[in-house]
Design a protein around this ligand. Structure first.
Ligand SMILES: C[S@@+](CC[C@H](N)C(=O)[O-])C[C@H]1O[C@@H](n2cnc3c(N)ncnc32)[C@H](O)[C@@H]1O
Length: 238
């Protein structure tokens, strides 16, 4: 099973220190919402965000949208061999039901994320498709490892061990029951913070240049799918 964690995702509601600003108030009222009910987004609030100390790491919901789109509804996901979590910058974890079909449209995705951050789950009642849990990143990783002593924890990061599709395929365990846990940064600039680097044992670099988070997600998902012949198995099971 492949477990992808989108790390320190730039996904949050307008923080209190920006909610009184004119630009924010104007945008919120245009959407008939209160400032603290709308998603922070660099494309709408860039000027106000210069007041935030770490503003260049925040307010990029599109990174989460594109990364999820590159993972969900893939053959590996349909085969039930993929789990996805989003680690927020305040440390909380969003569990993504792998059967969720996200809106293709950015504005509709934003509305869904606002509902998630305000209510704690989507839909607000019944079986959640997206749900916020209070587990820490370390607790999540230890849950995903389960009782396996061979679980692989990989962090995609510039400066890690130089890797490519071929070497990844060799690195992945042949036994699909051994969890492979991949961390990918879902923030636009800068480095991982706190102990995030330390909770992953192996650090891998996939190109000499910085890559988009969703390209990293795709490369690993398809390498893992190839290793386990996911598509061939789906044809033979049909
Ligand atoms: C767009 S990067 C964000 C941080 C980056 N330092 C920047 O300045 O834009 C998003 C994430 O993709 C992954 N990533 C980007 N380039 C990579 C590479 N060459 N090799 C491995 N992972 C990479 C890392 O997990 C990184 O946190």
């Amino acid at each position: 099973m492949l477990h992808v964690i989108l790390l320190e995702a730039a996904l949050e509601l307008i923080p209190p220190e920006l909610s009184a600003l004119k630009q924010i108030q104007k945008h919120a009222s245009k959407r008939n919402k209160k400032p603290n009910e709308i998603l922070l987004d660099q494309s709408n609030h860039g000027r106000s965000m210069t007041r935030l100390e770490d503003g260049d790491r925040r307010g990029r919901p599109d990174i989460v949208l594109f990364s999820l789109q590159s993972l969900l509804e893939t053959p590996l996901c349909k085969a039930g061999s993929l789990s996805i979590h989003i680690h927020l910058q305040d440390g909380r974890i969003v569990e993504v039901n792998p059967t969720v079909r996200l809106p293709r449209n950015h504005d509709r995705f934003v509305g869904l994320m606002e509902q998630l951050l305000l209510k704690g789950q989507v839909p607000p009642t019944g079986d959640p498709l997206l749900r916020i849990s209070n587990d820490s990143l370390s607790e999540l990783i230890s849950t995903l490892k389960g009782s396996s002593s061979d679980a692989l924890t990989l962090l995609a990061v510039e400066g890690g061990k130089k890797s490519n599709m071929k070497s990844l395929i060799e690195t992945f365990p042949s036994d699909m029951d051994i969890p492979v846990i991949l961390g990918v940064g879902a923030f636009p600039h800068g480095d991982f913070q706190g102990n995030v680097r330390d909770v992953f044992e192996t650090h891998i670099e996939l190109d000499r240049d910085v890559m988009m988070a969703w390209h990293v997600c795709s490369e690993i998902l398809w390498a893992y799918s190839l290793k386990h012949e996911v598509i061939a198995k789906r044809y033979s099971d049909a």
